[in-house]
Design a protein around this ligand. Structure first.
Ligand code: ADP
Length: 480
């Protein structure tokens, strides 16, 4: 460890210091990359089914540790117990899923256009993968990236978010316990501009996978382009839920509340816009406000808490600034819109669930990612306008429609410009065996999860085996 500097992990629920970590710089990153690069030479040759078995053991260990990791997550990241457990479960699911990939990793065989010749394509690992993760899914997102990277035969240097380093360290320690050999997964703690940037710039890291904000994603892609690295970006969202006049409103209210306020709105798939048919607009407002005002704020580890804190003071201030922006723009604040400071809440970073109504689609609160428990209602006259409004943003991650009309449901599935569409559910709830990611400014065309994740972490190699004993030339006219 070159650095002697440190930083603290702070609980957003109470402000208390949970741990102290090394603040790594370029030199530490250099050492980690050198170690991972050396480890790659062996790891790539370990049979993929064996690599998968290690992931299988990791999933079992995560199951054993689920309660402890859940508890730590409520303290370090802040989400409530049920959601923290879901975060860990996602990593369990992903690890089991990718463990099975160790016995697939399918390529293709095809006929050759020439006699006595065999053609196939295989996936090959790439090398050291630089993994940069955010704090909002502190166990799930590392698993989305590490499980496919490792089963495919790559080694990894992980730079986790500076807000959730203890969870990342646990994750890596448990991988070692599962049998991942030394050097195959290295972790560097520290800040984005220092450790993160050094990883992106390092010449021995040919792949960068990044989840975070749009602005940082652009900086990462720009830096990585200088060395023509493979870059996978998973960025923001401004996800809309459409509620048509024939929707089951009870179901819609439940789905919207869960998607807008779960994890205090700090999901890239959070429902931050609700696009409502005018026939049910007044009724939906009343029901949503009642549901939001019933929600209890508190530390995530306490039974009965619906909404935990947001990640840090800067996030709290940013969220509050958007309340001021919404009011200035002329949207109507229906509920919330303030920092919660009653009793013990004053020690942490709590924001009341906030609903704006009567927003114009072009307003900043209806366009920009707030990443907090704030959602905005936009009235529309019909289905076509709903789709237009839903698509009228720079992002394209998740989308949803509540309707009982199968024709409209299918049109929405076709026309919503997003990587994910839910019918009669909120905007969140991805399963690990389907591709996850978005269109437009949400990413750069890649997907994580599902089979698609393997495309980020492998190269295709085409192999031609000629067993004719003579030189055969493709595309050259000869009698065959
Ligand atoms: P968030 O708003 O979720 O904190 P960021 O995009 O700032 O999003 O951070 C996501 C991750 O990217 C974190 O691990 C952070 O440290 C890292 N990061 C921030 N800036 C850079 C950068 N310039 N280069 C590489 N990584 C960075």
């Amino acid at each position: 460890m070159a650095t002697t500097e440190t930083f603290d992990s702070i609980s957003p629920a109470t402000g208390e210091v949970l741990g102290t970590l090394p603040r790594s710089g370029a030199e530490d990153v250099g050492r980690a990359v050198a170690t991972a690069k050396a480890a790659y030479e062996d790891w790539r040759l370990v049979p993929a089914p064996r690599r998968g078995e290690i992931l299988f053991r990791f999933a079992q260990i995560l199951e054993r540790e689920k309660a402890a990791l859940t508890d730590l997550m409520t303290r370090e990241m802040g989400k409530v117990k049920a959601e923290a457990g879901g975060d860990v479960q996602e990593a369990i699911d992903m690890s089991y899923y990718m463990a099975g990939e160790g016995r697939r990793l399918w390529g293709q065989t095809t006929p050759s256009e020439l006699r006595d010749k065999f053609n196939m394509s295989v996936r090959v690992p790439i090398g050291v993968v630089g993994v940069i993760t955010p704090w909002n899914f502190p166990i799930a997102i590392p698993s989305w990236k590490l499980a496919p990277a490792l089963v495919a035969g790559n080694t990894v240097v992980l730079k986790p978010a500076e807000d959730t380093p203890l969870l990342a360290q646990r994750f890596v320690d448990l991988l070692a316990e599962a049998g991942v050999p030394e050097g195959v997964v290295e972790v560097v703690h520290g800040f984005g501009e220092e450790a993160g940037k050094a990883l992106v710039d390092h010449p021995d890291v040919p792949v960068i996978t990044f989840t975070g904000s749009r602005e940082t994603g652009i900086a990462v892609a720009t830096a990585a382009a200088q060395q023509l690295k493979h870059v996978h970006l998973e960025l923001g969202g401004k996800n809309g839920v459409i509620v048509m006049e024939d929707a089951d409103l009870d179901l819609a209210v439940e789905g919207i509340t869960w998607s807008a306020f779960g994890t205090s709105g700090q999901r890239c798939t959070a429902a931050s816009r609700v696009i409502v048919h005018e026939a049910v607009y007044a009724e939906l407002q009343t029901r949503l406000v009642a549901a939001a005002e019933r929600m209890r704020l508190g530390p995530g580890w306490e039974d009965g808490t619906d909404i935990g804190p947001v990640i840090n003071r800067a996030a709290l201030e940013k969220i509050d600034s958007y309340t001021a922006i919404g009011k200035d723009e002329g949207a109507k604040l229906l509920t919330g819109g303030e920092i919660a400071t009653d009793g013990d809440l004053a020690r942490g970073f709590y924001y009341r669930p906030t609903i704006f109504a009567d927003a114009e689609p072009g307003m900043r609160i209806a366009q920009e990612e707030i990443f907090g428990p704030t959602t905005t209602l936009i009235p529309v006259k019909d289905f076509d306008e709903a789709i237009r409004v839903a698509n009228g943003i720079r992002y394209g991650l998740s989308s949803a429609i509540f309707t009982r009309d199968v024709n409209r449901a299918f049109r929405a599935m076709r026309d919503l410009q997003a990587g994910i569409t839910y019918v009669n559910a909120g905007t969140i709830g991805a399963e690990v065996h389907l591709p996850f990611g978005g269109t437009k400014d949400t990413g750069n065309g890649h997907r994580e999860a599902g089979q698609a994740a393997l495309d980020v972490f492998t190269e295709w190699k085409s192999i031609y085996v000629d067993y004719s004993g003579k030189l055969q030339k493709a595309q050259i006219d000869t009698a065959t």
